[in-house]
Design a protein around this ligand. Sequence first.
Ligand code: ADP
Ligand code: ZN
Ligand code: ZN
Length: 835
Amino acid sequence: MCAYDSTLIASELKVSYLTETHQTRWLEVLVDCPGTTNTENGEEKLFTYAVPSDLSIQPGDIVSVPFGSQVVGGIAIRFVKSLPENLTEARIREVEDVITSGLFPRTYWDLLNRVAKYYYTDLMTVIRMALPPKLLGKSQRRIRLKYVALPEGAEIFCSLAAQEIIRLLKSQKEGDYSAQHIYSKVRNAQKGIKELIKRGWVESYLEPPRTTRPKLQKAVILVINNFPADLTNRQREVIEVLRHRGGELWQNELLQLSKISLSVIETLAKKGYLVIELREKLRLLSHPETLKDSAKQLTPTQNDALNQIQATTNYRQILLHGVTGSGKTEVYIQAIAPLLEKGLSALVLVPEIGLTPQLTDRFRARFGSRVCVYHSALSVGERYDTWRQMLTGEPQIVIGTRSAIFAPLPKLGIIILDEEHDSSFKQTQLIPTYHARQVAQWRAELEQCPLVLGSATPSLESWVNIQENTKHTYYLSLPERIQARPLPPVEIVDMRRELQQGNRSIFSRSLSIALHQLVEQQKQGILFINRRGYSTFVSCRNCGYVVECPDCDVSLSYHYTHEGATELLRCHYCNYSQLHPRNCPECGSPYFKFFGSGTQRVTQELTESFPNIRWIRFDSDTTRTKDAHRNLLNQFVKGEADVLVGTQMLTKGLDIANITLVGVVAADGLLYHSDYRAAERAFQTLAQVAGRAGRGENPGKVIIQTYSPEHPVIQAVRHHNYQGFLDIELPQRESLNYPPYGKLILIRLSGMDGVEVQQTAEKLADECIERLGSLGEVLGPAPASIMRVARRYRWHILLKFDALSESLLGSLQDLKKSCPASVSMAIDVDPISID
Ligand code: ADP
Ligand code: ZN
Ligand code: ZN
């Protein structure tokens, strides 16, 4: 498809001229206009244009292009060497003008292209994900007269069209019309405008989208610097407040602060002592006043780390491996400060919103309003304004979740991923299924700035990369907590023995005693419940036996297809399946069930067994509303509850000094999730949650309840032994060629017709086997662990190969051709979970 041309002949002439001088380069433009969306699949398309020889365009420029009978705004995306198959040169039209240049960082489009390629996704899908909705919206191209430049009687020298345009513009008070209006009034307007721009007598600009216009608010500005004699007490108060706040305040803030009525302000304005003015108010997330804070005196190890980071001015991947509470955040903050002075910005990524309030508060305390928060839960208006704030190029700090890796900060001095091991940096539900750590690495390379990966429990990917790629990496370690506070002792409770000794409660005797003491000593605690993998694996509550696949070394999953169906246990790597036994095959016990217990069940039992314990539930159900995280945590910090009961959210970054007890209600759901990463995730989660205890002056204590106390992960967590965990886990990964050694790609198929999906999966698997040959393995096809979701059947094909042989696979998107329209296919590169 192309924007059709009404002046075909002119365009043809131009094209032949361009071909002669070998300058033909085609430009793909993201045209921002209704009707550019492909109605079949709802996807937007790029349109191809020719570039006039006298126009210099960079990818990322905002351009104006003819589209149908209009001229609309668009973003220059990339140059291509050849035209799409269905287009001839004659039908191509030219870019009309460059409206704004340098709005996006130079490397930004390279980054998006790289994401598209690596994750087998259309560029357009990547762009749509990266740009806020309606960035250009219905942005309008406008033309205005430059009165200063316009000589008296200038029209005489111009073409007829240009003369008419000048006349038209002069008829408007500000000499300003939309290009659209000029086209409708003047023949050959396009040529006329070009001519006038060249002469410097008019300029074209892009008006911000109407749908998300900047919000205007009243500001009050003090214009005198004394106290005139005729002031009433009230009026004097207002002026004092204003003086105290540097002479300017939003009107609503002033009303609140001085507790006077609007009429007082208006009277002062009438007297000429102050001015009320409409100003643009950026809808940046409003933030509560934070206390000012200054740089802490660093410990010697913090200082070494800081020096190393500051000495790095080009691309390096720096692993900051610091135990929980070792002061990583303080290092980030001090690494950023001098960059701002140099006019550079910083990007700080954090795993989850739940963690952001505390961390942002610490950054705000140090950097004030130069901190911007960016994540997908912002409203469209907030997102739009935050973007515009970023595009100003002012040195600033953007703190955000995964998607903030695409924040268009023009001059980046550093990228930091805090808790880099966290799986929420991977997008799993939507395409592209990017990992923010991977994208951050590319971005840091493109921008030539350091990438700092901070964690107490680094991902195996980062760990192995640091070992193997010493040319571009540094390893920095903070092995001790601040003020040499000890890591909390970890007690492992064998829940099999609790049952044998007659305790059927979900709380072991040890945990019960600790909870009683907590209340007596007015300390606080957290109870962690694993949500992920909840109730999918089956184990014996008497002997701890877990059913595993005979061929794959993973635990089998319980499959729920529908009410009344035969209960099956299945392996989701190879599709082995067996009946769900009633009794434990090992000891015959009838206590042989799916494992797991939700937060709700824990809080219920807490209320029954410990009526005097006040608790707050902190999980995805209770933190759905805006600011819920902050409010719940504030309540807890203020001491309005004794125990915080929650899921994974609790493990991340909480720094609350009064927490002395951490209880893990059941570690087993983590240990036996049927995934090759189960052990890594379990170690990271348990070590992180343990790290919440004893961060203040009082020593902490951790109690982990499990049916598998001898499990190597439990033993490693017990001794805070990351290296010990690596020594067991890495050789296993290597021998099976799992990441970080081999590479995985998961192909997810789904459709309404189960048989059709299965057959398609088999066919595609055969194609993959053919492509990979002996250089890789194709595992499956196998049904997903929850086989039917929203009435769709889901099947997976897992490709495992050496990263170097990936080119053999060709474009995996091709496989779609072998997919019937009723079966959808998604490609997940480097999947982190194979559910
Ligand atoms: P991490 O991010 O490694 O878990 P934090 O940066 O949260 O650690 O530091 C833990 C606690 O120690 C925080 O309360 C922080 O304010 C404090 N802290 C960090 N560095 C120092 C320092 N050099 N001197 C005193 N206190 C510090
Ligand atoms: Zn048993
Ligand atoms: Zn298997």
